[in-house]
Design a protein around this ligand. Structure first.
Ligand code: SAM
Length: 232
């Protein structure tokens, strides 16, 4: 279970709301029962249920079960998509091991507002489901020119280009180290944007094959290939 309270041996964590409902009514937790917790930064901890009420409970943290996760150094930079698709993308990014999700507004981006709380909730749920103890960082929406201008020179940028390019896996294998994958919006990047992205010194165009994938599919495919190339 994910909690915002920083965890450590001896910490007391009060749980209420939906999480208390889940523990009390779904998991039927009783006083003395063990519950596994993570706070996104300090690994996984064992806690014991104490003071179990009808709508809330307090957990006493006893010991660390897992050290903080070694997160592969991969960011996913993606244009926001319509509601269901961006939720899916955030969930899969977390499951596949991404360290950070960066949202970028491009000329053909049709979604100009993103509910970051909702996306973070999806990533937390995905982390709980897949056994991650770190939840990916989530950056608010930025415009493409600003992202390009500030792009860190030491981070490879694999730009998924549906108009063609070298095979993704070979390119990723040839450029190891901290990386990011850039995925365009439903309408793709326009020609000027593509040229501007290619001009970033750390950028490498990649193809994900001859078919035009939906942006969310392209993101999951590219992240999986990077993980395979990095051995993560
Ligand atoms: N119209 C569809 C949709 O609704 O999602 C397709 C969108 S495709 C243009 C969106 C992005 O996915 C592209 O900008 C690119 O980053 C990536 N993409 C899709 N197919 C790709 C391919 N075969 N190779 C590389 N990137 C691809």
């Amino acid at each position: 279970l994910f909690v915002e309270t920083p965890l450590g041996a001896g910490a007391a964590v009060r749980i209420d709301g939906g999480q208390a409902h889940y523990l009390l009514s779904v998991m039927r937790v009783k006083a003395g029962d063990p519950v596994k917790l993570f706070d996104g930064a300090s690994g996984e901890w064992l806690a014991v249920a104490e003071q179990v009420g009808k709508r809330d409970l307090t957990l006493a943290v006893t010991e660390q079960l897992r050290a903080p996760e070694q997160v592969p150094d991969l960011w996913l930079v993606a244009a926001p998509l319509k509601k269901g698709r961006i939720d899916w993308l955030a969930e899969k990014a977390c499951e596949l091991g991404v360290a950070r999700l960066v949202l970028v507004e491009t000329r053909r981006t049709v979604v100009d507002r993103v509910n970051l709380d909702r996306l973070r909730a999806h990533m937390i749920e995905a982390a709980e489901q897949c056994g991650r103890t770190a939840v990916p960082a989530l950056d608010p929406l930025r415009k493409l020119p600003a992202l390009r201008r500030d792009w860190p020179a030491d981070r490879q940028l694999f730009f998924a280009d549906e108009t063609g390019g070298p095979a993704a896996l070979d390119t990723m294998r040839a450029h190891a180290g901290p990386a990011a994958i850039l995925i365009g919006p439903e309408g793709g990047f326009d020609a000027e944007e593509r040229d501007a992205i290619r001009a970033i010194p750390a950028a490498h165009g990649i193809s994900l094959g001859p078919r035009i994938l939906r942006a969310d599919t392209a993101a999951a495919a590219a992240v999986s290939l990077w993980m395979a190339a990095a051995g993560d």
